[in-house]
Design a protein around this ligand. Structure first.
Ligand code: NFS
Ligand code: SF4
Length: 621
């Protein structure tokens, strides 16, 4: 494995990697070393396992698989399935929120409720459901039925296309890219990539884009919006981040995964007076719930809980030795956490039947029993406090302050009720443009080096940065998520954010919450009567690793947003697919991907793009 200094920019991470090595505990970094070098065919995307005439690998000597598929077809098929996987993850999460809404409506749960009635009514109105003079329950029922139908096969387009500028919808219609139903597009992607179906790489890529759009404007958007309805729409608030949020004198419970349906209940249970009293009787100073990854982002945005870390901190958080329980739902949960938890007194608890971990303690959290189950889980954690080995505890730092909670509703409220001041700040050139930096960590990259550097480079250029997912904790730890961070920004951004008392880097939520950024772009385009591709905006995922991140990147591009990736997906084995992704899509959808590992150059590329788009809108550069 690499020297510790090369693995992360953070002291808390480096201290815990050193502790792991001293204690003989294997982490992601050792396993990456074991797996390196990776299979070249797989890296290029030129291996196919879609039937048992193969598996096949493509090279100069063997340019076609047994069936005759060439590199272009194989790479496009693999990429299409990769996108289907990511879209399925976000969207199945979205569906789980509809099922909770259903349980609320049918009176099957008392643990969840409709918290933001105004938002529910607004969503209903936006998606063509009658609101005036109707009972809330009837409106909610129609919203639920409509969103369930967005997953099916009977619609010509999904509901939230109501938000999309007409010019963009026309582009999609012309290309056959209009998302019709979430499950339909995903299933069709699987069908098309069966042996002997879609054997034209660009055609497969168009459907991959359509599949991703059904995620961004469908499954993810439903997930975000219904989470706001059920748990409340986020508003700005302060919190803290890094491993220092784990408290030596408290019962520490880490929530990890994605869906607030589970983590909100854990938080509610941890605030139960009887359980708090029990924790205190056992010698703890209370119960501390901290977040990891995206479910951490969900709770951070709405409830202000502290954030222990992002993807590459998940193993390391347990290595502090001070974690009583890790409670997970699904996605991005390394199965290694079970082994690492086993090296300590830490209980690893899974809660979703669709994401079980061998060796975990299992609780089936369903809408009808959620709080009860959550209380049992918190009770287990409290009882674990006595088993903690104080000699192995090392919490390596003090937490840093962060500001969070920037939903579009909160931003509009901060702007005085409309997007006009933002439009004016963009027109005046104080805010030259905006870039969303999203996604993950990847152990192949020094943790958060790119995520942080890119954010810093962009704000210097008066480009507003929105962060979601695992970039949140990166930006937070770097001190970019507090109002004082305007000192690191260019003069225009400093002026505007300073006047509003907000940071130049705004925390916009979890990865499904990238839907909030799509919505903002659509609203800006509609306000200016242009297409999204005309806006001075961009997206980036510098350290991405997951299928979900690829789906986000593709729906951003297909929505007309110029999108950076720090390293390529496994497509370089096909010139047709690579050229399409990095240039050909410009003519089709008005945006492309660009791949660039250098963050200074990346910021310059965004700067050039923003200049060109500003010029196109008749604005100064
Ligand atoms: Ni997003 Fe969230 Fe993090 Fe990457 Fe995983 S937690 S959904 S995929 S690793 S940002
Ligand atoms: Fe090989 Fe074609 Fe089968 Fe893929 S579908 S494994 S390329 S024979």
């Amino acid at each position: 494995p690499k020297p510790i200094e090369e693995l992360s920019i953070w002291d808390d991470a480096k201290a815990m990697i050193a502790k792991a090595r001293a204690e003989g505990i294997e982490t992601v970094h050792e396993r990456l070393a074991q797996q390196t070098p990776h299979c070249k065919f797989c890296e290029l995307g030129t291996t196919c396992r879609n039937c048992t005439m193969g598996p096949c690998r493509i090279s100069a000597k063997m340019p076609r698989g047994v069936c005759g598929a060439d590199a272009d077809v194989i790479v496009a098929r693999n990429f299409g399935r990769f996108i289907a996987g990511g879209s399925a993850g976000h969207s199945d999460h979205g569906r789980d929120l509809i099922e909770v809404l259903e349980a609320i409506i049918e009176g099957e749960t008392k643990d969840y409720k409709i918290t933001d009635e105004a938002k529910l009514k607004a969503l209903a109105a936006e998606t063509g459901i009658e609101v005036e003079g109707r009972e809330l329950k009837d409106v909610a029922t129609d919203v639920m039925e409509n969103f369930f139908a967005d997953f099916g096969s009977r619609k010509k387009e999904i509901s939230f296309l109501s938000r999309v500028p007409q010019k963009r919808k026309d582009i999609w219609a012309k290309l056959g890219m209009t998302p019709r139903g979430v499950d339909r597009e995903i299933a069709e992607m699987m069908h098309r990539t069966h042996m002997g179906c879609d054997n034209d790489a660009p055609n497969t890529m168009i459907h991959a884009a359509r599949t991703s759009l059904s995620d961004g404007w469908g499954g993810s958007m439903i997930g975000t919006e219904l989470s706001d309805v059920i748990f409340g729409t986020p508003t700005p608030k302060m919190s803290t981040a890094n491993l220092g949020v784990i408290k030596e004198d408290k019962v520490n419970i880490l929530v990890h995964g994605h869906n607030p349906v589970v983590s909100e209940m854990i938080l509610a249970a941890a605030r139960d007076p009887e359980l708090v009293e029990k924790a205190e009787k056992l010698g703890a100073k209370g119960i501390n719930v901290a977040g990891l990854c995206c479910t951490g982002n969900e709770l951070l945005m709405r409830q202000g809980i502290p954030m222990a870390g992002n993807h590459l901190m998940t193993e390391l958080a347990i290595i502090t030795g001070a974690v009583e329980a890790v409670v997970v739902d699904y996605q991005c949960i390394m199965p290694s956490l079970v082994q690492i938890a086993g090296c300590y007194h830490t209980k690893f608890i899974d809660t979703a039947n669709k994401a079980r971990f061998s060796g975990a303690i299992h609780f089936d959290i369903e809408p009808h029993n959620a709080l009860q189950q959550a209380k049992e889980i918190v009770n287990l954690a409290i009882e674990g406090f006595a088993e903690r080995d104080a000699g192995r505890v090392d919490i390596p730092c003090e937490p840093v302050e962060i500001m969070t909670g920037f939903s579009n509703e909160a931003v509009i409220a901060a702007l005085g009720g409309s997007l006009d001041p933002l439009v004016q700040a963009i027109a005046a050139g104080d805010i030259r443009g905006a870039v969303g930096i999203v996604g993950c960590n990847n152990p192949k990259i020094k943790q958060d080096s790119m995520n942080v550097e890119l954010a810093k480079e962009l704000i210097k250029k008066d480009i507003l940065v929105l962060v979601t997912g695992c970039v949140t904790t990166a930006a937070g730890k770097a001190g970019l998520l507090v109002p004082d961070a305007i000192e690191m920004a260019g003069p225009g951004l400093k002026k505007v954010c300073g006047a509003l008392g907000i940071p130049p880097v705004l925390h916009y939520g979890s990865c499904v919450d990238n839907a909030r950024i799509l919505q903002l772009c659509a609203a800006l385009a509609n306000a200016l009567n242009v297409d999204i591709s005309d806006l001075p905006v961009g997206a980036s995922s510098p350290e991405w690793y997951s299928e979900k991140a690829a789906a986000i990147g593709l729906y951003a591009v297909a929505s007309g947003i110029y999108t950076h990736l720090g390293h390529p997906p496994n497509i370089l084995g096909s010139e047709v697919v690579t050229d399409l992704a990095t240039s050909g899509l410009e003519d089709l959808v008005g945006a492309t991907f660009f791949i660039e590992p250098d963050m200074v150059k990346t910021a310059e590329m965004f700067d050039e793009r923003i200049k060109a788009k500003r010029k196109g809108l008749g604005l100064s550069e």
